[in-house]
Design a protein around this ligand. Sequence first.
Ligand code: AMP
Ligand code: TRP
Length: 335
Amino acid sequence: MSKKRVLSGVQPTGNLHLGNYLGAIKTWVDGQGQYDNFFCVVDLHAITVPHNPATLAQDTSAIAALYLACGVDLNCSTIFIQSHVPAHSELAWLLNCITPLNWLERMIQFKEKAIKQGEDVGVGLLDYPVLMAADILLYEADQVPVGEDQKQHLELTRDIANRFNHLYGKGESVLKCPNPMIRKEGARVMSLADGTRKMSKSDPSELSRLNLLDPPDTIAQKIKKCKTDPIKGLEFDNRDRPECHNLLTLYSLLSGKPKETVALECQDMGWGQFKPLMTETAIEALKPIQTKYAEIMGDPGYLETVLRDGREKATEVANTTLVKVKTALGYSLPT
Ligand code: AMP
Ligand code: TRP
């Protein structure tokens, strides 16, 4: 039996942080051997909010290099850039025409981001989840590893696939319905400045997140300044101590120690003892990623080859699905 297919992506907007790594990329890497994987840098999504044309291309390659640096293995995974495969835009248009407007207006992420943009909010931001559905459905993905915040978009993708099949499938399933793959711990990494808010690329404060490429002294400074509480003795799962839960979770995931081990180790600690330990653990965990990243960025020809091969493989799979969809919709195909 052939391996199940995985597809996921990250936007090239800003630096990747621990939320992106622990919520998404680490899940890709940990499970990749069992699957046939496609990982894209979703640069078409990046322009749904104001972006900088002068850095878009560079930011996009940097994310692809980070995928490799985090351990994505080209023996079982394909890395490519979304905008290099035109089928993504084309399928998004076709799916737009069968997606009810009110399905999109309900999306929490749209509502949150739209508020920030006020009157200027673009159609692209509303349509973002349809493009994401196209990304996933083109590759007939069985599993989509994402952080908790993307769950609603995955449900929408399933709804769109089912609606398409119902309307145009003539009893067959043209589009494959994907399943979300959301890890138990790390699916929602919280801000270092407020344990009740998600760690996010768009938070104006750099102190709220640890970035994968932060140098050791920046990591040390951010952890030194991160929000804690006045209680001695550290614990998981106390609702009144969200920062404590978040920091212990990060420590557990970055050190590779199980939750129970960390709970015992830290039960009598104060913050003065925990913070240096956390700092050292974060620096050590990120060091191999940073070293590999520097190596890859030092050899631009290598990255170009990876992305060219990726584009070829992705195009072949994506175009096959696109032909199926266009045929089901009744289009004549060019001869
Ligand atoms: P984005 O930065 O929005 O492109 O997100 C890329 C991936 O990282 C998605 O799978 C998100 O669900 C995941 N992600 C983003 N922020 C967090 C967070 N704070 N905790 C866990 N996962 C996250
Ligand atoms: N919307 C996702 C995010 O912000 C990024 C994304 C775009 C994605 N297309 C995707 C994730 C397809 C998984 C699969 O994180």
